[in-house]
Ligand binder design. Structure first.
Ligand SMILES: Cc1cc2nc3c(=O)[nH]c(=O)nc-3n(C[C@H](O)[C@H](O)[C@H](O)COP(=O)(O)OP(=O)(O)OC[C@H]3O[C@@H](n4cnc5c(N)ncnc54)[C@H](O)[C@@H]3O)c2cc1C
Length: 454
């Protein structure tokens, strides 16, 4: 049957790859089977010929080709040639997405150019003697000790395990099933990282499959793959999820999880939960509270000022303090506070809320200066009126109307901003594009700013 999915360029690629295998692989199959692995010389030549990591961007050494038909052609030709090496499917089909989507820019520059040149063979360590299909039951652990993770455990059946230059290893950083899993990149030669010899198999003899052993193996936190994001919204879980989705979409390098944390809870317990669910955290987005009932300065008691300060400032500050050690160890970390009211935009009748938010903003601005040398950025996103139930209530309180039209009428742009607009602003601030933006207040000014809504 003739297949219509490939075009002329694909077929030209197929010919080039077939010729490459006929010349560089087929004559050496017996040699590789005896050694239990393809030669490194072959892998380097494959890199030089453009057959490794071509999906990566040009500036990282790739060709920027995002077309899985090329990967499929390679699999077909490897099978047709009978060399039974998993190098290409392992590196191009399985490893590339991990490094493309989860590695941060520094990590990408560190590993990807060598990967493309065949100088950084990469293994993926998921399976263990007691955990295959059911990865939630892995037990290889990574305990945090200062700015390192300490790995203990074993992996088995790992393709390229005996010869890899780096291994992406799935570890358990928390206790709960399916949660608290962290991917860590371990480089060959790291003390405490040992591998077994290639296993004897009944087939695929030319490809090494090996065990990996970790004994008090210390890996710097900047080798954690995937960004862990804490999104601390007190009540609005949907908005928190939206922030997570936007960060994923814009950054392309984040493995994000939402954790709606109640800042009223004891901070130590909060942080324990965050560590258990997310491992080391490098992005904290906080919109700690919701607006309080309207209160003028004249009729607000000290206790109410104190309680709002607790929710909007002291809670988030304690959370930041608890995460700072982790964040300092990361090549880059971000703190983003969402704060709509402040000194220059203090509506009448919201004194305790505005005071607390202003206190928090002062702290963020100070943090931005204090933590620059640790690679931590701290910024504020300041939405105008947002199209939420609370936005409607605010408009209703001031104008009597509360429909979306009433809300939109307050906006110079014809519509007030949505939670998605706020999330997009957060995603921008934590993206590589905003790498040098710190200590800033970014307005998402969909409306309300010029309208007296309280
Ligand atoms: C050549 C080779 C290379 C490999 N390379 C790697 C690698 O690079 N990295 C890595 O991490 N691992 C690797 N593996 C391991 C491989 O991914 C595991 O073997 C696989 O995940 C299955 O796990 P298991 O062998 O423990 O089987 P089990 O999980 O014990 O499964 C045994 C059988 O039960 C079935 N089964 C399991 N659970 C269910 C269920 N819930 N419902 C129905 N059926 C079920 C399975 O389909 C299977 O047929 C490799 C394995 C081989 C053979």
């Amino acid at each position: 049957m003739r297949r219509a999915i490939y075009d002329r360029e694909h077929e030209a690629f197929r010919s080039a790859f077939r010729e490459f295998l006929d010349r560089e692989a087929v004559p050496y199959v017996d040699e590789w089977e005896a050694a239990g692995t393809p030669s490194r010389d072959f892998i380097v030549k494959a890199g030089q010929a453009g057959f490794l990591g071509f999906e990566f961007a040009n500036e990282l050494g790739g060709l920027g080709i995002d077309d899985f038909r090329y990967n499929a052609i390679m699999t077909e030709q490897v099978v047709a040639s009978g060399i039974a090496a998993d190098t290409f499917s392992m590196q191009n089909d399985i490893i590339v997405p991990y490094l493309r989507d989860l590695a941060n820019p520094e990590q990408q520059r560190r590993w990807i150019p060598a990967f493309v040149e065949g100088r950084c063979v990469t293994a993926l360590g998921l399976s263990e003697p007691g955990a295959g299909s059911d990865l939630a039951s892995i037990s290889c652990s990574a305990r945090q000790d200062g700015d390192h993770l300490v790995l203990n455990g074993q992996k088995t059946f790992i393709t390229s395990g005996a010869t890899c230059d780096i291994a992406i290893v799935l570890t358990r950083t928390g206790e709960r099933d399916g949660r608290g899993m962290t991917l860590v990149v371990v480089e060959a030669g790291t003390p405490g990282f040992e591998r077994g010899r290639p296993m004897h198999k009944i087939g695929r003899k030319g490809q090494d499959t090996a065990e990996l052993f970790f004994e008090d193996c210390r890996v710097p936190l900047d080798q954690v793959l995937g960004t862990s994001v804490v999104v601390n919204y007190r009540r609005d879980a949907d908005a928190a999820e939206q922030v997570v989705r936007e960060i994923r979409r814009a950054g392309g390098s984040a493995m994000a999880c939402a954790a709606a944390i109640d800042v009223g809870a004891e901070v130590a317990r909060m942080v324990e939960r965050v560590r258990e669910e997310l491992g080391p955290v490098s992005i904290l987005v906080s919109n700690a509270g919701t607006a309080s009932r309207g209160r003028t300065v004249a009729d607000t008691e000290a206790a109410e000022f104190r309680s709002l300060l607790e929710v909007h400032a002291l809670g988030p500050i304690a959370l930041i303090q608890s995460l700072l050690t982790d964040m300092r160890a990361m090549p880059r970390a971000d703190i983003v506070m969402i704060s709509s009211n402040t000194v220059g935009n203090a509506p009448a009748g919201a004194a305790p809320y505005t005071m607390a938010k202003a206190a928090m903003e002062t702290c963020v601005a100070t943090l931005a200066r204090e933590e620059r040398s640790h690679g931590i950025r701290a910024n504020i996103v300041a939405p105008g009126l947002v199209a939420t139930d609370m936005g409607r209530r605010l408009v209703k309180a001031s104008t009597g109307g509360g429909s979306l039209d009433d809300l939109n009428a307050t906006s110079p742009f014809g519509r007030v901003c949505t939670p998605a607009d706020v999330a997009a602003a957060v995603a921008f601030l934590v993206s590589a594009d905003a790498g040098y933006v710190t200590g800033q207040r970014l307005f998402v000014d969909g409306g309300g700013a010029d309208a007296t809504v309280f």
